[in-house]
Design a protein around this ligand. Structure first.
Ligand SMILES: [Cu+2]
Length: 365
């Protein structure tokens, strides 16, 4: 709760323009007068996190918003290190693969025709018209640490919003028009105010970040006799799309075993990938190094000394089934490593070490 309050206090403070303070009350009244509301700027958060960065809310907060054509939305990327993108694809455009930080190539959000490229500057306009090559797609590229990105919605329509880094982080922007009741998308007024959205954002973030599935409870789902390290998270959803909590920690962070024993890493997170990486970090975090799949698909390896390299690639659940899409294979979500020799073995998640996701196996004689 403390961390949440801090989070939203800082959000509230930073979302109040210093210009208003600088120009005083007169300017503030002008800003909120009806005449000035013709083209409104709305505020949406992209991601939220606990103070220690362990709990990540991978979500647009809120993830459904109604605005008028000509309005803009400023997305604020709250998490310190966890990156997100604000991406509005062309209608019908296939979702591109995200290569994953910190590896090039960068995420390709819009089709690479002419100057359309990967990312557009803040302030770009989205009209959803699909007229290539001019900004039928808008992509912020990865951002974090309080950065902002503004999109102006020039044309009425109902548009899907997504984060290219996190497939289960998405939303909807309804762009209406209030000028001509004989034309489509007419609405005399908008259903919610910025204060309503702030309330929704706070509540959705609280639901995600203070999830009752504590690490201890999750660990109780597995037999105590096993040397298990868990990674976990949960997907929730609204009508606007999916949102999820990811706990970016190894549970437990330090595990003590005896020489000759085997540790099993299990990623129970329904969407977020993690790696278990000992020794040299591969250039591409998806690369599997010196581990091979066992009979049930679980990766298996042996580490004889603390300077040896093993990397799991992405331990990740497979995308779940949807009509008319090809059936996917089950994901690789487990890794077993045998430690024949005593020593202290440090490892990282190549994706989330920046958030503090690191671990240690102490192998006693
Ligand atoms: Cu991770």
């Amino acid at each position: 709760m403390v961390s949440l309050r801090r989070l939203f206090c800082s959000h509230t403070l930073s979302s109040v323009s210093p210009v208003i303070f600088g120009l005083g009350l007169t300017a503030a009244l002008l800003v909120f007068s009806p005449a000035a509301s013709a083209q409104q700027n709305w505020q949406v958060q992209a991601g939220a996190e606990s103070h220690d960065q362990a709990m990540q809310a991978d979500a647009f907060l809120p993830n459904e918003i109604w605005i008028y054509a000509g309005d803009s939305i400023t997305f604020r990327f709250s998490p310190k290190n966890e990156i997100h993108t604000v991406t509005l694809l062309e209608p019908g455009q296939s979702r591109p693969l995200f290569a994953g930080p910190p590896t090039p190539p960068p995420p390709v959000g819009c089709d690479a025709v002419g100057a359309e490229g990967d990312a557009q500057p803040s302030g770009s306009s989205y009209d959803g018209a699909g007229v290539s090559p001019n900004l039928a797609c808008v992509n912020s590229g990865p951002r974090a640490n309080g950065a902002t990105y503004t999109v102006t919605f020039s044309k009425p329509g109902n548009y899907k919003l997504t984060c290219l880094v996190h497939p289960d982080m998405n939303g909807v922007v309804h762009v209406l028009q209030g000028t001509d009741s004989s034309l489509p998308f007419y609405a005399a007024s908008l259903p919610y105010t910025q204060a309503d959205y702030d309330h929704q954002a706070t509540d959705e973030a609280r639901d995600l970040l203070t999830d009752r599935d504590t690490p201890r409870e999750e660990r109780n789902d597995f037999p105590h006799s096993e040397n298990v390290v868990l990674m976990t998270g949960e997907v929730t959803a609204t009508a606007g799309g999916r949102q999820y909590t990811s706990i970016v920690r190894f549970l437990p962070g330090t595990l003590r075993i005896h020489a000759g024993q085997t540790v099993e890493w299990i990623n129970t997170d329904p969407t977020e990938p993690h790696t278990v990486t000992f020794g040299n970090e591969p250039a591409n975090p998806q690369t599997v190094l010196t581990a091979t799949p066992g009979p049930d698909g679980t990766l298996e390896a042996t580490i004889n000394s603390p300077n040896e390299t093993v990397s799991s690639g992405f331990l990740q659940a497979a995308p779940q089934d949807r009509p008319f899409l090809p059936q996917s294979a089950p994901g690789t979500t487990r890794l077993r490593i045998k430690f024949p020799n005593p020593g202290t073995y440090h490892y990282i998640c190549a994706l989330h070490d920046v958030d503090g996701m690191v671990g240690t196996i102490v192998v006693l004689p």
